[in-house]
Design a protein around this ligand. Structure first.
Ligand code: SAH
Length: 291
């Protein structure tokens, strides 16, 4: 793209009849240097295959196709699909896919690069991690969201998202992008991160039980673990006094700890004990495995 600033993005959007929609997380990057930095961070080799989620007007796509062997770009908004096809349709090695990343059949790719639609950051992140499983991803998030992904144990940002992501991935913050580099200008800055699958980390006997337990107890992040377990058990129609038995059985996990102080390892041990109790018929089987 020869010229790229917010004014230019606005006129391109007008040209293709696109009125930016919050519901689709449409916030377009309007700075070439930032686009280049994002793609540089992906360290793309000439034989790489790459998926871009949410191509928009193709600011990142254009750079990606000049570096990778094959680029798949998925875009949900048909007017932007038309824009991508008109602007980049003839470029070799590029497949423009009209669809929803959360529903599509996933291509086999080594890397993911995306200025993520903030409206669907969480489900998209977990689909990348659990189903697509690329070697590495360079992803731009709203800063607050990314800060929860990289939060230190004990901090107020340390949450269910922190644990669920760190259970399966390593996340490294790379650089911040000010909100005035986007059109429309979002309320907050963005943060670019590198995400890679965690190798050799501790895993629960059942991923399903682990995520289910997280959803159950982390609804109450400020609470002490004992209290959060009691509430969860009660919601499951199990005698809440079982919480104390559970805490007695799991070593080095203290009911007085606040949830934000629990490590992934401690939660895995807790989850493995819950799995025992499910097998013994004391706790019902998980109905819900969403994250
Ligand atoms: N990559 C562009 C656009 C980023 S805005 C840029 O950096 O400027 C996010 C884009 O994701 C929008 O184009 C939006 O239409 C698209 N999008 C939103 N939800 C999507 C989904 N579920 N699947 C695929 N694309 C999606």
């Amino acid at each position: 793209m020869r010229l790229l600033n917010r004014h230019h993005i606005r006129s391109e959007l007008n040209k293709y009849g696109v009125k930016p929609r919050k519901k689709l997380g449409q916030s377009f990057l309007a700075n070439v240097q930032v686009a280049q930095r994002i793609v540089d961070a992906a360290e793309i080799a000439a034989e790489d295959t790459v998926l871009e989620i949410g191509g928009g007007l193709g600011v990142l796509t254009e750079i990606l196709v000049s570096r990778a062997k094959r680029v798949y770009v998925v875009e949900i908004d048909e007017r932007l699909v038309a824009a991508l096809r008109e602007k980049l349709g003839d470029v070799g090695g590029l497949s423009v896919i009209h669809g929803d990343f959360l529903e599509m059949n996933l291509p086999d790719v080594k890397k993911v690069v995306s200025n993520l639609p903030f409206s669907a950051s969480s489900p998209i992140t977990f689909r990348i991690l659990r189903e697509l499983k690329p070697e590495s991803s360079i992803l731009m998030y709203q800063k607050e969201f990314a800060e929860r992904m990289v939060a230190e144990r004990g901090s107020k940002e340390y949450s269910r998202l922190t644990v669920a992501v760190n259970y399966i991935a390593e996340v490294e913050p790379l650089f911040e992008v000010p909100s005035h580099f986007f059109y429309p200008k979002p309320a907050v800055n963005s943060l670019v991160v590198r995400m890679t699958p965690r190798k050799g980390g501790i895993r629960a006997r059942s991923d399903r039980v682990f995520y289910w337990m997280l959803r159950g107890v982390y609804s109450y992040p400020k609470k002490q673990l004992r209290r959060a377990l009691q509430i969860w058990l009660k919601n499951l129609n199990v005698d809440r006094r079982l919480a104390d038995d559970i805490l007695d059985s799991v070593e080095h996990v203290d009911g007085k700890m606040r949830l934000r102080n629990l490590s992934v390892e401690e939660l895995v041990r807790l989850s493995d004990h819950i799995t025992d109790l499910i097998e013994e018929g004391v706790i019902p089987h998980p109905k819900d495995a969403r994250i």
